[in-house]
Write a protein that binds this ligand. Structure first.
Ligand code: UTP
Length: 603
């Protein structure tokens, strides 16, 4: 009897929990090896305290966790498909948007009008084990031309939007940002914020929400796995925890009560989420959608989730993300004999690829959270070690994904999707350089630091091209086995242009702007207009707030910058941020134009 083994000073809460776990939840093994009361009391108390934390950190407590685990493990043991009975189709409530089109401009205009009511949330609790970088991913340079780290880029978009709202007469504007951290990332992210003055944000704007790990499970009866005698093994629960935390901390409710209307979710290494977030917001507002899933064209069988409408035999239907490994069997089982194939006309799967940029109607979100407690669909991925499927090779756990929130959206609400061209899409930095080179050799997107960096340049260069500027095209290149498309290194800071519509007036005669393929162009500062520019080399423009620059007709030709592939020796001793790229940037010659506050320059 666990009761008789508990420490004398055991709290009522701990006592009740131990009894419930032992007698109701099938967890008697946790206490089996306990010596009589009075012995190892400190260890016992430590285990009870850990169990109480696990109880508090899961919606519905350990009973709910164990109950869900048993249900999902039962399905896994029986080999059942979690999506049995559902038929996929392409959801019709979507829109394809091409930046530069009148439609895109109209939606971005609408988004700009709503910008004062935006809030942001990003899960950043992931360890990034695959990356070969010991710091937090937010600290990685998004590109090495400016060296701005990912979190600085995110903050700069928020700051630029605030300035836009304030200048448009909207009064003081502070757009809040919630960052989900974990034990693995909390110290690193806090340090990054502290050392950089919160990148210009006010500390009160930034809310860190800490996700806790969940209990690991030892077998298909959902017995909690022990790590030693007095500690339950724990594992990360996934990015879906962000919803529970936004709810349990009252953050979403507080924001809604403050009159905020929209909440944009994104991930921790893809800064291109901000290339179109206002157009996405515009679509969300125009469609009255509860959730708008940002997507890109997806090749059939490509390893990204697909936006699908699922219709059940009983008449229910839901629009949601279906993981790529579930889509093919689902299509085959529901009469699509060819499975996941590309459309002959577009060359892409008809199912949009979901990239985990999610725009929510915040008021509807807060109401749904109140009803669900922030709990979302989970899944389990046990690796069985025996044919009876009762034991695992190593403990497993329930996991959840941020995008699965849409499965809890009430049926009367709309889930929309908005698809952008690939160059405005998803180019995360996830893989170390050796894995990336292997993927590259197989023709699979490498998703690493170099491809992510080149994607940033390419997106900005594409924006200039779409306006009518002549910008040299990217050429195939390779750095330590990773194939990239290398074009001019263009970085248009958010202070210069937080969105495409606000870039347009900065280049009033774009056909007079020419940037050669080997060039580098970095522009930051709000009050900058470029009328005519001929660039063949490197140009860095910085205009402080309160200063202005009008480039009437400027020619810059210099030796410019060079991305130099590391030799084996250089690679072996390179700092991590350079080693994960496989190159270093050599700035041979740069034309620098720096305009201070109060200065007004015409060139
Ligand atoms: P990733 O798929 O990139 O996973 O997460 P990861 O855990 O960061 O990286 P690996 O697998 O260890 O290499 C996608 C997003 O979800 C966040 C990440 O920080 C990233 O923004 N995430 C992931 C969490 O916040 N918590 C988690 O438990 C897992």
């Amino acid at each position: 009897m666990v009761d008789a083994l508990l420490p004398a000073d055991c709290s009522d809460e701990h006592r009740r929990l131990a009894v419930r776990l032992s007698f109701e939840l099938g967890q008697a093994h946790l206490f089996e090896a306990w010596p009589p009361a009075g012995q190892r009391d400190a260890d016992k108390t430590q285990l009870l305290a850990q169990l109480a934390t696990l109880e508090a950190n899961y919606p519905g407590g350990l009973a709910a966790y164990i109950g869900s685990a048993r249900a999902l493990l039962g399905q896994a043991v029986r080999g059942e498909n979690a999506l049995e009975g559902w038929t996929p189709s392409v959801p019709d409530d979507g829109v394809d948007l091409q930046p530069g089109s009148p439609e895109f401009a109209a939606f971005e205009e609408r988004g700009l009008a709503e910008a004062a009511h935006l809030a942001f949330a990003v899960p950043a609790g992931g360890l990034g084990e695959r990356l070969g970088f010991s710091g937090v991913k937010f600290a990685l340079p998004s590109e090495v031309s400016t060296g701005s780290c990912v979190l600085r880029v995110y903050a700069s978009y928020i700051l630029a939007l605030q300035r836009h709202v304030e200048r448009a007469g909207g009064g003081p504007c502070r757009l809040p940002l919630a960052v989900m951290v974990s034990d693995d990332t909390v110290a690193g992210i806090q340090r990054l914020l502290d050392e950089n003055g919160y990148f210009g944000l006010e500390p009160s704007q930034v809310t860190l929400l800490k996700q806790e790990k969940v209990a690991a499970l030892a077998d298909s009866e959902a017995r909690l796995a022990l790590k030693g005698e007095y500690e339950v093994a724990t594992k990360p629960h996934g990015h879906g925890d962000i919803h529970f935390l936004l709810h349990s901390t009252g953050t979403a409710q507080r924001w809604a009560a403050e009159g905020r209307r929209w909440l944009y979710f994104f991930q921790d290494t893809n800064t291109l989420y901000f290339a179109h977030h206002l157009a996405t917001l515009g679509v969300t507002a125009a469609r009255g959608a509860a959730v708008n899933m940002v997507s890109v064209p997806r090749k059939a069988k490509e390893a990204i989730g697909a936006v699908c409408k699922l219709t059940h035999a009983d008449g229910r239907s839901v629009v949601c993300n279906v993981e790529y490994n579930q889509l093919e069997p689902l299509l085959l089982a529901s009469g699509h004999a060819a499975g996941d194939v590309n459309d002959a006309s577009s060359g892409f799967s008809p199912y949009p690829g979901s990239i985990n940029g999610l725009m929510f109607d915040l008021v509807q979100y807060a109401a749904t959270l109140a009803a669900t407690g922030g709990r979302i669909d989970e899944f389990i991925n046990p690796k069985f070690s025996d044919v009876s499927r009762s034991a695992f090779k190593s403990p497993t756990r329930l996991e959840c994904m941020m995008q699965d929130y849409v499965k809890t959206v009430p049926p009367e609400q709309t889930v929309a999707w908005t698809r952008y061209p690939l160059e405005f899409g998803y180019h995360p930095c996830k893989n170390d350089i050796l894995s990336a080179a292997r993927l590259s050799a197989q023709g699979i997107p490498p998703g690493c630091a170099s491809t992510s960096e080149m994607a940033v340049y390419h997106m900005h260069a594409t924006q200039l091209r779409l306006l009518g500027a002549e910008v040299g095209p990217p050429q195939p290149a390779s750095y330590r086995g990773v194939a990239v498309e290398r074009g001019p290194a263009v970085v248009l800071d958010a202070s210069f242009a937080p969105c495409f519509s606000l870039l347009e007036p900065k280049l009033p005669s774009p056909q007079r702007v020419r940037v050669s393929a080997r060039s580098a162009l970095v522009v930051s500062g709000r009050d900058v207009v470029i009328e005519a520019l001929e660039l063949d080399g490197a140009l860095e423009v910085t205009v402080e707030e309160g200063g202005s620059l009008r480039v009437l007709d400027l020619r810059v030709a210099n030796r410019g910058w060079e991305f130099v592939e590391h030799t084996d020796e250089e690679q072996a001793v390179a700092e991590e941020t350079a080693a994960i790229r496989g190159y270093r940037l050599v700035k041979h010659e740069t034309r620098r134009i720096h305009v201070r506050a109060g200065e007004h320059l015409r060139l």
